[in-house]
Structures are given as structure tokens and as C-alpha cells.
Design a protein around this ligand. Structure first.
Ligand code: PGA
Length: 256
């Protein structure tokens, strides 16, 4: 059985006090109504990681960062290293999000390097892939995700790959309210699994969770989670309210 995961990407939202309040509300809901099947992860901005760690001390919710810099340390003004993230108590980091690819011009080499430093520092990785609308319309979806996975995961050992989760996030579905239909998502997830099978040995394809991301909401989560190759979600907008995030977790608990 693959690990099921509901992760929240807070993006550039929430000050420290807002983050503490939100994560406390989430933890309270989960205390009353525990998630037994899904691992729950929140990814607040860097500035709130230590605060979130304090609030989550006795909770099963895990947390992570949304990015890191692909060097161990050095004169890189304004950047944050894997070791710094790890020192906050974080276990996870999102790498290769389409907003990083698009606004900060992160390419496959940069992403591969970032995954490497994350793993070297014992951070688990949520590695994002996905096509733009233009690419989908040109029938390029599979070529795009193949290239992203092949380069992004290049050079990692079987042991390292166990600490990586893929998030398929079609760019046209992120923050747009337009979700991929369960079938559209399932098609790409199944393809990703076939690809993992071709690229790596030892059943990695059957073990690696593949999350779906892109306008996941309480209303559409169930249909997505019912698909055989969808192992959970990376949620943006709907994770900024404890209530809607909890409803998505509950859908997972029902389906998985
Ligand atoms: P969204 O974002 O749920 O707001 O579409 C998802 C993501 O960017 O990870």
C-alpha cells in the first residue's frame, strides 16, 4: 500500500501569528477527528516554520518548506539552505513548483540539484511536475512530464527515491479554479507510474506516492482520490482555511 498524503502549500500567505492560528485550528480538528489513513503535511512560508514547529509539537501533522537554495552554504544573500530548514524541525520541502519554474526560471538542472541537497540533509521532497495549457493543447503533456521526471530524478539511488513524492500539477489548473477531471489526472498519473517503472528498478513505481495538485477543493477531492493512481493531493488555495483543508482530508479518509 502506498502512503497517502494530503499536503498544503501555503505559498506567500500568513504572517507568524496567522500561521500559528491556522495550524492550531488544523491540529484541533485533527485531534477530534484523526486522520488514520492520510499523512497530513503543511508547507508554510520560511518565516513561519519555527512557529509552526512550536504549535505542532504534540501533533501528527508534519511540516515543510516550499523551496530551498541548491548549495550547502555560502555567500548567497537572501537564500535559505536545506540545513537551515531542517533546523526548524521541518521534515519536507516542495521542489520544482510551477511558480518557481515560471517566475524564478528554475530549470531541470537546478531542480535536480535542489532535490540532491534536500536529500543530503534528510529532508523529504515533494517534487512537482506538470504541463502548461499550451503544452496540453499541443498534446505534449506526456513529453513534458517525462522530461521533468527524467531530469529531476536523475542520479538518485533507490534508497533516496523512497524519500521523494511526486506531485502532478497541471499548470493550467493551479489557482485557476479549473481542476483536471479525475480521468485527465488519472491518465497522467498512470503514465507517470509506467515511466517510473521504465526508469527505475525494484518496484519504485508501485511505492512512490503521486499526488495531484491544481484547484483541489472539498467538492472535487473525492472524485480525484477514487482514481487508482492518485495517492493524495497538494492543495493550494483550499488549505488556507482549516475547514476546507480538513474536508479534503476527510474525503481522503473516506476513499483511501
Ligand atoms: P491551488 O494550488 O490548489 O490553489 O490550485 C496548488 C498548488 O499550487 O500547489
Amino acid at each position: 500500500m502506498r502512503q497517502k498524503i494530503i499536503a498544503g502549500n501555503w505559498k506567500m500567505y500568513k504572517t507568524n501569528s496567522e500561521a500559528a492560528r491556522l495550524v492550531r485550528q488544523m491540529a484541533n480538528r485533527l485531534e477530534k477527528n484523526p486522520a488514520k489513513k492520510c499523512k497530513v503535511i503543511v508547507c508554510p512560508p520560511f518565516t513561519a516554520l519555527s512557529t509552526v514547529n512550536e504549535v505542532l509539537k504534540n501533533s501528527k501533522i508534519e511540516f515543510g518548506a516550499q523551496n530551498l537554495y541548491g548549495e550547502v552554504e555560502g555567500a548567497y544573500t537572501g537564500e535559505i539552505s536545506a540545513k537551515m530548514i531542517k533546523s526548524t524541525g521541518a521534515k519536507w520541502v516542495i521542489i520544482g513548483h510551477s511558480e518557481r519554474r515560471r517566475y524564478f526560471k528554475e530549470d531541470e538542472n537546478t531542480i535536480n540539484r535542489k532535490i540532491q541537497v534536500a536529500l543530503e540533509n534528510k529532508l523529504k521532497v515533494i517534487f512537482c511536475v506538470g504541463e502548461t495549457l499550451e503544452e496540453r493543447n499541443q498534446n505534449l503533456t506526456k513529453d513534458i512530464v517525462l522530461n521533468q521526471v527524467e531530469w529531476g530524478l536523475k542520479g538518485f539511488s533507490e534508497k533516496e527515491l523512497k524519500n521523494i513524492v511526486i506531485a502532478y500539477e497541471p499548470v493550467w489548473a493551479i489557482g485557476t479554479g479549473k481542476t483536471a477531471s479525475p480521468k485527465q489526472a488519472q491518465d497522467v498519473h498512470a503514465f507517470l507510474r509506467e515511466m517510473l517503472d521504465a526508469l527505475f528498478e525494484s518496484n519504485i513505481s508501485q511505492k512512490m506516492p503521486i499526488l495531484y495538485g491544481g484547484s483541489v477543493k472539498p467538492e472535487n477531492a473525492k472524485g480525484l482520490f477514487e482514481q487508482p493512481d492518485i495517492d493524495g493531493a497538494l492543495v493550494g488555495g483550499a488549505c488556507l482555511k482549516a475547514d476546507s483543508f480538513h474536508k479534503i482530508i476527510k474525503s481522503g479518509e473516506k476513499v483511501f
